[in-house]
Design a protein around this ligand. Structure first.
Ligand code: NAD
Length: 403
């Protein structure tokens, strides 16, 4: 989603919070925008780190490797990170990074060189008390390991907490791999309880880390997955698909569409499937004014960042569809990243049960705080989530004397 579109939403809700010019300026201006050009084998790759807001703690946010990454997109993602850490109530700010590259066209050693050069370009601005990156689209625990190594080579000190999403053997955290999906499932269960929704049918768009793990976790909890999709298209069976078989099919053939016991559908059709819960887990701008009125689900769980446009949001609200927004629904990822950072900083490593208990506590508390406000006004759930996050950021800004 463009930064201009993100800011349009901020301006739309600002009268509800009586935001003044200074407050709007703080919320719409990154504190630092860092840029570099990284050279690998004579080819130049633009690289970005946007440090959006640090009022509540050090900057935190992933690094995306994608051919379409640009400064505008990284700014939107960095802004959302600042809100997300506030919603999850973890003592971190918001930032995001990216390199304009198609990693599928690079060899492993070229990806390593590129990743080390990213750290060399920005290391003065990174660190466990300054800015803590993490993986995002097409960046992996191995890339985090190279980045930690490069940072320590330059600074000469051990600094496991300078980056999260690391391999377990190098200071990573248990549960990080499924944290985004698990956090989304925890808030979905709370929402279903509040709405007394008993029907447990689900359609999931996107079948990567977020979507596939959500499918597995929901099946364990007695849900029926009636439709899933990936970039090649989708499948639908109103009796439910066999998720283990779908995972195997994707592993073997590269796509869910080769699963045999279901009807083939398009990604667009998936959005209007009859089901209780819709889980967009792929792209931004998937649900728009053109298809929002066809949505039949009662709850949307935004595991993807920015899957619903502002116009679509209004249509969904008027249809009484509850949208659990990205800055809440996918905050489980950054929450367990925060747990990883705490473990690194204290050298005290937690077991799986403790991490899951603490994650649930964070997600349920965040959901209930928003639900309480939502029950007292006519605004949609996203607007209420933004109001809570913005209030926390501005309170910190005021206490620091910046406003
Ligand atoms: P991923 O690369 O593991 O998976 C993406 C999936 O989307 C793949 O199955 C791909 O085939 C599918 N896809 C791509 N284009 C599509 C299209 N046009 N239609 C339908 N499906 C399509 O990525 P991920 O980590 O699962 O991230 C997915 C979304 O969740 C992104 O928006 C990301 O920013 C967001 N998110 C992920 C995490 C996390 O921890 N993984 C945390 C927060 C937010």
């Amino acid at each position: 989603m463009t930064f201009a579109a993100v800011m349009t939403f901020l301006k739309k809700i600002s009268p509800l919070m009586n935001l003044g010019d200074k407050e709007l300026e703080i919320l719409s201006t990154p504190e630092n925008v860092l840029q570099a050009e990284l050279d690998v084998n004579g080819k130049k790759y633009p690289a970005y780190r946007v440090q959006f807001n640090s009022a509540r703690g050090p900057y935190k946010g992933g690094i995306r490797y994608h051919p379409e990454v640009d400064l505008d997109e990284v700014k939107s993602l960095a802004f959302w990170m600042a809100l997300k850490t506030a919603v999850a109530d973890i003592p971190l700010g918001g930032g995001k990074g990216g390199i304009t590259v198609n990693p599928k066209e690079l060899s492993v050693s070229e990806i390593e060189e590129l990743s080390r050069k990213f750290v060399r370009a920005f290391y003065e601005h990174l660190g466990p008390r300054k800015d803590i990156p993490a993986p995002d689209v097409y960046t992996t625990p191995q890339i985090m390991a190279w980045m930690r190594d490069e940072f320590e080579k330059i600074t000469g000190e051990s600094a496991p907490g300078m980056i999260t999403g690391k391999p377990l053997e190098l200071g990573g955290s248990l549960v990080r791999d499924i944290a985004t999906a698990l956090g989304g499932v925890y808030v979905l269960e709370e929402a279903m309880d509040k709405l007394s929704l008993k029907e447990k049918t689900v359609a999931i768009q996107g079948f990567g880390n977020a979507g596939m793990n959500a499918a597995k976790l929901l099946i364990e909890r007695g849900f029926t997955i009636v439709a899933v999709s990936d970039s090649k298209g989708g499948i639908y069976n109103k009796e439910g698909v066999d998720i283990d078989a779908v995972i195997n099919t994707k592993k073997e053939s590269g796509s869910v569409i080769h699963y045999s016991n279901a009807e083939k559908i398009t990604n667009e059709q998936l959005l209007s499937i009859g089901c209780a819960v819709l889980v967009p887990s792929a792209l931004s701008d998937a649900i728009t004014k053109d298809n929002a009125s066809n949505v039949k689900a009662k709850i949307i769980v935004e595991l993807a960042n920015g899957p619903t446009t502002t116009e679509a949001d209004e249509i969904l609200h008027s249809k009484n569809v509850l949208v659990l927004p990205d800055i809440l629904a996918n905050a489980g990822g950054v929450t367990v990243s925060y747990f990883e950072w705490v473990q690194n900083n204290t050298n005290d490593y937690w077991d799986e049960e403790l991490i899951k208990t603490r994650l649930k506590e964070k997600m349920v508390t965040a959901f209930n705080g928003i639900w309480q406000l939502y029950s007292q006004n006519d605004h949609d759930f996203r607007t209420n989530t933004y109001m809570i996050a913005i209030t926390k950021i501005l309170t910190a800004e005021r206490l620091r004397g910046r406003i």
